[in-house]
Design a protein. Sequence first.
Length: 104
Amino acid sequence: MINILSSADDPISELVKPLRRYYASGEINFAVDEKEEMMKELKRKYSQGEADDLDGITIQFKTGGSIAGRAILSRLLRLNIEAKTKDLLEKQLKEMETILGEPA
């Protein structure tokens, strides 16, 4: 692996692009006053997905993709969203803004 990386002209991010199965938002921060309540609201709103409460909230969808929110030691709710298509990711991001407000 190191030989491949050292001989490649492209950065690692370009080399792994063909291996990616999902579009990802990267970490998006939302300033919310009641993080625990907001994570409960996300769990209720997306009850069709499989939720995991370990270390915040993670919701996996059968259609592909997930929402992961972490709220540790700050008032920011940190979301990472994945989706099978770019359009689905953009739709999910807009929906998050209607629930959580503008990103911080």
